[in-house]
Ligand binder design. Sequence first.
Ligand code: SAH
Ligand code: DHB
Ligand code: MG
Length: 224
Amino acid sequence: MEAQKMEETWKAVDEYFEEKLETTDDTMEHILKETDDAGMRHIEVSKAHGKMLYLMAKMVDAKSILEIGTLGGFSTVWLARALPEGGRMATIEADPNHAEVARRNIASADLPGSVDVIEGQALDRLPKLMERGYSRFDLIFIDADKENNTEYLKWALKFSNKGSVIIVDNVVRQGRIIDDTEEKAVPYIRQMFDMLERDDRIETTAIQTVGQKGYDGFLMGVVK
Ligand code: SAH
Ligand code: DHB
Ligand code: MG
């Protein structure tokens, strides 16, 4: 199949899943529309991927969740839906406009726990999470500036218990992860893989994905 036809097929299959598996609903569609209306780039996870994050949080019965990179709160709301009553989520966002849109979207989502949208550069905010009463997270989703992934992974490990799940988005970049490429982020993503090659605190795998968001992939691990 030629490349363009492939991409059309990936999208159509995601739409088929949407219909059959309820990988979207009014709340999530509202969030996507608000993100659109705010003129933000559509770089949130795909619908099926969003629901997968929710299911993963359920699998580990997550009571506390950390996200780095909020955008309009699309992945945030999927993850927060898995929390029990009284569960807590923190999500860190550098762009004040994104944080504002996300706060509105989160407020409209009728969630069981609390979601704290923390505005600022993640590397400034992460060391201060303790002061806000956070100590450990059951699930951590890393999805901000890819250049800092290695540092974010180190923080994620600090904030983990045995069994905590760490997920990192966008580790394939249409295969550019293994190519000589102009893309600025790629050497930094590789640096994170180099760290994982030597680190024995976490067991990891990475999965390549196709769909509404083209060809990319995510890394996931469970802390030992
Ligand atoms: N997780 C979202 C998408 C996040 S897009 C979803 O799937 O729905 C990446 C976000 O990270 C953008 O909103 C961007 O503003 C934010 N970001 C970029 N650099 C950052 C940094 N240094 N600290 C915190 N957030 C950052
Ligand atoms: C980009 C960031 C993301 O988190 C994503 O899912 C896709 C693209 C980006 O910065 O280009
Ligand atoms: Mg992403």
